[in-house]
Design a protein around this ligand. Structure first.
Ligand code: NAP
Length: 246
């Protein structure tokens, strides 16, 4: 992947960096000179990432256990760039949504983002050097998708949380933005969109006629993290081939 961003001297925390989008965000930041802290749940994923990117710091952490996660994040030290990428989906018709599914999805997609960001932002404010936070949201934050009630609610909440963070952290020169991808064929993407009929219905609503590649999302995240986006704060950037425009 051709990279035009330079993050030398910056320390970046990427959550959910064991697989999928988060893993490639961590790799791209590493290649761009950042000191990367990769936080994820599965140790073998973190070990293989460390093998690929020698010197990367890894943190094995389940963000669903928020009090433990806060302690682990506090111990990481200074962070200049934060990517809240970890997310889970569980698809159920609205009439069958369970409390377990609600808690599982909301705990990772919304609650963990709030408290991870709060913990990291306290350090940024204390040091006074500013920072940049990118939250990986979804087109599902703004469009209703079948069987996605809790997921859509979690990402809608995430967009609105991000706007308030942008409002309150902006005066500290901490920018907060979202990227809102359409379907990406990671493990999570395959969960919802492997059925060719479902995929065709979604593709027919995307003007560019294709799903996003992981690198489409990575480029948007790196741009928003970078100084090239120095005046961009509080935006939800669709990476969706035009889906949300229609
Ligand atoms: P993925 O391939 O399933 O990877 C998710 C990563 O997050 C995994 O490494 C996973 O670790 C980690 N993670 C999940 N729960 C965690 C927890 N409680 N604590 C720590 N780490 C946790 O998903 P993806 O497609 O890359 O998704 C990344 C983000 O993009 C998510 O926020 C998702 O909502 C968003 N998104 C995805 C799509 C899509 O179509 N793929 C579209 C729009 C937005 P384990 O595997 O060890 O659990």
């Amino acid at each position: 992947m051709a990279l035009e961003f330079v993050f030398s001297g910056k320390r970046a925390l990427v959550t959910g960096s064991g697989k999928g989008i988060g893993r490639d965000v961590a790799r791209a930041l590493y290649s761009s000179g950042a000191e990367v802290v990769a936080l994820s749940r599965t140790k073998s994923d973190l070990n293989s990432l460390q093998h690929e990117c020698p010197g990367i710091q890894t943190v094995e952490c389940d963000l669903s256990n928020i009090q433990d996660a806060i302690k682990q994040i506090e111990s990481i030290g200074d962070i200049h760039l934060l990517v809240n990428n970890a997310g889970v989906g569980q698809l159920e018709p609205f009439l069958e949504v369970t409390e377990e599914a609600y808690d599982r999805v909301m705990n990772v997609n919304l609650k963990a983002v709030l408290f991870t960001s709060q913990t990291v932002a306290k350090g940024m404010v204390k040091r006074g050097g500013g920072g940049s936070i990118v939250n990986v949201s979804s087109q599902a934050s703004q469009a209703a998708l079948l069987d996605h009630a809790v997921y859509c609610a979690s990402k809608g909440g995430l967009d609105q949380l991000s706007r308030v963070m942008a409002l309150e952290l902006g005066p500290h020169n901490i920018r907060v933005n979202c990227v809102n991808p359409t379907v990406v064929m990671t493990d999570m993407g395959r969960l919802g969109w492997s059925d060719p009929k479902k995929a065709a219905t979604m593709l027919s609503k995307i003007p560019l006629g294709k799903f996003a590649q992981v690198e489409d999302v990575v480029h948007a995240v790196l741009f928003l993290l970078s100084d090239k986006a120095a005046m961009i704060n509080g935006v939800m950037l669709p990476v969706d081939g035009g889906f949300l425009a229609c």
